[in-house]
Ligand binder design. Structure first.
Ligand code: CMP
Length: 147
């Protein structure tokens, strides 16, 4: 059974020209990129997308970071897409990732617990919400193939 997740390359990832390297990893890992969209988020968008973090101390910085330049949102599809993409990106704290998960995407292009260059949905519920945040309803036809 195929699954979809929302992947996002954040402003530091785009500005650092990591997009091609990240896409190579995505394709090489067997994901199908179902949709993609480059967009400049505003404060309202980020507040909605990261609503669960709105009470956190780092939230004002998160808004500044996430509005500092465009992001690239992608819908990735494969079997176990959610957990496999989370495994590829590594831990939230990119500094920690460089030590504990040196081959992860965040180790490659992130620099801190905030500036971690990529995002991945953490559950099926989050994936559904985050995919519709960027793309609205996507017809499920690509899910029919394979299995
Ligand atoms: P992400 O996985 O997209 O989900 C929430 C984001 O908030 C996270 O990546 C980081 O960019 C940011 N974040 C999480 N924890 C911290 C923290 N302790 N300090 C600053 N930013 C954080």
């Amino acid at each position: 059974e195929k699954e979809r997740t929302l992947a996002m390359i954040k402003p530091d990832g785009l500005l650092g020209n990591y997009t091609d390297d990240i896409k190579k990893i995505i394709i090489g890992s067997g994901f199908n990129i179902v949709r993609e969209l480059t967009v400049q988020l505003d404060e309202e968008n980020v507040t909605l997308f990261y609503a669960e973090h709105s009470a956190k101390g780092f939230f004002p910085n998160l808004i500044r970071y996430m509005t500092s330049g465009p992001v690239l949102a992608m819908v990735l599809e494969k079997r176990n897409a959610i957990s496999d993409w989370r495994a590829l990106i590594g831990p939230t704290d990119a500094k920690q990732a460089k030590i504990s998960h040196p081959n992860s995407i965040r180790a490659m292009c992130g620099s801190s617990s905030e500036r971690n260059c990529v995002h991945g949905s953490d559950s099926q519920q989050s994936a559904a919400r985050e995919i519709s945040f960027f793309f609205g309803d996507i017809p499920p036809e690509t899910l029919k193939h394979d299995e």
